[in-house]
Design a protein around this ligand. Structure first.
Ligand code: NAD
Length: 272
């Protein structure tokens, strides 16, 4: 069903970790405004991550929901930690759509450990998904954007990319790294008319919160616990709040924004 604002009618977008939650909200939002969308997702669990990741059923269901919005929508299983899988997924999207205008590096995972209990594999899983995955996707999408002389890249960092967060030196290191990567890449590709920006969510409604609550033996409402830094209390940041920021960043309205960071964190990062 196509109707209303078709601002992204001629645009195509690739969203990683797009089978659910924030990634799916971004994909749906762009699709509802006319973009052809591709979602990729690992569709299996990781050893040290204390909650379930998406499944192939989630991916199929999400592709069906996107297609129902009246746009071309495709998706495939891809682990962003694996450069060969990323190379092949990006090539497939460019083949299917003919061009690739928007990349949203959204795939991310978190676990909570004090540093003395943080294993090398727990460190690697978080760093490899959040940071190396972002690097691989940018590396394989940028040449196409250079060829087109047009591109918009949005990297999903976190409030933990701007400040410390308890029990998560690995996640904070990865998300700070995403911001560094964003700024450096923005400098490198500006001459090719490519914008690179980052979004830092605060605590967003997410299946991950229950898993984290379980990991630290938390009683009570996980959202309330993990959003204690928010200045606005009593209402939740939703995936659509993040999608709204991403939509603006990939639109022409923000054409002079590059190498910058937008926090959708209910004021959390204002605390320093
Ligand atoms: N939910 C929050 O409170 C919050 C806060 C700040 C930042 N973020 C960031 O927002 C992004 C999305 O988070 P979310 O809340 O939607 O989480 P989520 O767990 O609901 O979704 C993440 C998606 O990424 C996929 N994924 C994980 N590893 C992958 C890999 N190696 N390759 C491809 N896909 C992979 C998962 O299967 C899942 O579908 C993440 O980068 C996360 O770090 C979330």
């Amino acid at each position: 069903m196509t109707a209303g604002n078709q601002e992204f009618k001629d645009k195509t977008a690739l969203i990683t970790g797009g089978a659910r939650n924030i990634g799916l909200a971004i994909a749906k939002d762009l699709a509802s405004k006319g973009a052809a969308v591709a979602i990729v997702d690992i569709c299996r669990d990781l050893e040290t991550i204390p909650y379930s990741l998406s499944t192939t059923d989630d991916l199929d269901k999400s592709i069906a929901e996107l297609t129902a919005l009246g746009v071309k929508a495709i998706g495939e299983t891809c682990d962003v930690r694996d450069e060969n899988q990323v190379r092949s997924a990006v090539a497939g999207v460019i083949k299917a759509f003919g061009h690739l205008d928007i990349l949203v590096n959204n795939a991310g995972v978190i676990s909570l450990f004090p540093i003395n209990e943080l294993s090398a594999s727990a460190w690697n899983e978080v760093l490899d998904v959040c940071l190396k995955g972002t690097f691989f996707c940018c590396k394989h999408v940028v040449p196409q954007m250079v060829k087109q002389r047009y591109g918009k890249i949005v990297n999903i960092s976190s409030v933990a990319g701007l400040r410390g967060l308890g029990l998560s030196v690995h996640y904070a290191a990865a998300k700070h790294g995403v911001i560094g990567l964003t700024k450096a890449l923005a400098m490198e590709v500006a001459d090719h008319n490519i914008n690179v920006n980052a979004v830092c969510p605060g605590t967003v409604e997410s299946p991950m919160l229950d898993g984290l609550a379980f990991q630290v033996d938390l009683d009570g409402d996980p959202y309330e616990h993990f959003s204690q830094g928010h200045l606005f209390r009593g209402r939740h940041i939703t995936p659509l709040d993040i999608a709204n920021a991403v939509r603006w960043l990939v639109s022409d309205q923000s054409r002079f924004l590059t190498g910058t960071v937008i926090s959708i964190d209910a004021g959390w990062s204002a605390r320093g």
